[in-house]
Design a protein around this ligand. Structure first.
Ligand SMILES: Nc1ncnc2c1ncn2[C@@H]1O[C@H](COP(=O)(O)OP(=O)(O)OP(=O)(O)O)[C@@H](O)[C@H]1O
Length: 287
């Protein structure tokens, strides 16, 4: 594949051929004491796809996200981005390779402006990395002067947040804060964007906006999306590929139609209901 994003300063980024998955997880096991949060987990994410991890509470989705982004080290198994083994790389090195993520709970600097929060995302590609940047803003700001402004402008235009660029994050409604968090992740110029429950806590209008942005960033920017999401309506509408976890294991892996029809998914994940029923109920609740 060719990166459609502007990759200045990212000389060590990886590329994949059309035949290879952009992300591959193989035999990953992760234990917390006696609890196996992940047990021999394996799946692939095709380049340019929207892939979603679902599963009941405690299934291992967050553990898997944290393992892929490098915050947890697996006991066994490996993780590959565009064919390169990244299992032993720290999170900033993974981010440099194009693996960016957002967090379930908003992790923005609430006292700072929207624009300053977005700029922090760019430091992943500077000599001053994002973690340094958080603590040594003076140095980061000096380096900022050398950055091109067009990426920020593109992101701000794309996410329709121009009118709030100088507002402090704390003053914004929840849906806009989540959009700013997405903007910061985009500022990392990701190849694979990991979104942790992107519409959690959003009202229907905010959810629809976020769904539109996710579809557009794949279509217009060529970014591969891997997300964890509980909103079944959104999962089934947006995803090309759904991976279902239960008790730390992959119990189904396929298209939305395939996993919706899988009896083990219905039994394990949805209990007595079925996906169509759950979807109806969720939509009724949202209305
Ligand atoms: N830091 C931790 N220490 C000990 N056990 C943990 C830790 N994190 C997760 N677990 C356990 O690992 C298992 C998987 O948890 P995880 O949070 O990954 O599930 P999840 O699918 O993300 O759940 P949810 O949908 O509720 O967020 C659970 O049994 C959980 O109690």
């Amino acid at each position: 594949m060719c990166f459609k994003n502007n990759n200045d300063g990212t000389g060590d980024r990886v590329e994949s051929s059309a035949a290879d998955p952009i992300l591959r997880v193989e035999g990953v096991t992760l234990a917390f004491g006696g609890v196996k949060a992940l047990n021999q987990v394996g799946f692939s994410v095709a380049s340019g796809s929207i892939t979603t991890l679902i599963g009941p509470n405690g299934a291992g989705k967050t553990s898997l996200f944290n393992t892929i982004s490098g915050f947890y080290k697996p006991n066994t198994g490996s993780i590959h981005v565009a064919g390169r083994d990244i299992t032993h790389l720290a999170p900033p090195a993974r981010a440099k390779l194009g693996l960016a993520r957002s967090f379930q709970n908003i992790a923005l600097f609430r006292g700072m402006t929207v624009l300053d929060n977005i700029k922090l995302g760019r430091h992943v590609h500077l000599r001053t990395n994002i973690f340094d940047a958080l603590f040594y803003l003076g140095r980061a700001r000096r380096e900022e002067l050398a950055l091109r402004e067009d990426i920020e402008r593109r992101i701000v235009d794309f996410l329709e947040i121009d009118h709030i660029r100088h507002a402090s994050v704390a003053s914004l409604p929840y849906g806009l804060q989540k959009r700013v968090e997405l903007a910061r992740a985009l500022a990392m110029q990701p190849t694979v964007l990991m979104l942790d429950e992107p519409v959690a806590g959003m009202n229907r209008e905010e959810t629809e906006d976020m769904a539109r942005f996710i579809l557009d960033l794949r279509a217009e920017w060529g970014i591969t999306v891997l997300m964890v999401e509980h909103d079944m309506g959104m999962v089934m509408d947006l995803s090309d590929h759904v991976v279902v976890l239960n008790f730390g294991q992959v119990i189904a892996d396929g298209t939305p139609a395939q996993v919706q029809a899988d009896p083990e998914v219905i039994r394990a994940y949805l209990g007595a209901g079925d996906v169509a029923d759950l979807r109806r109920r969720l939509r009724a609740e949202a209305a």
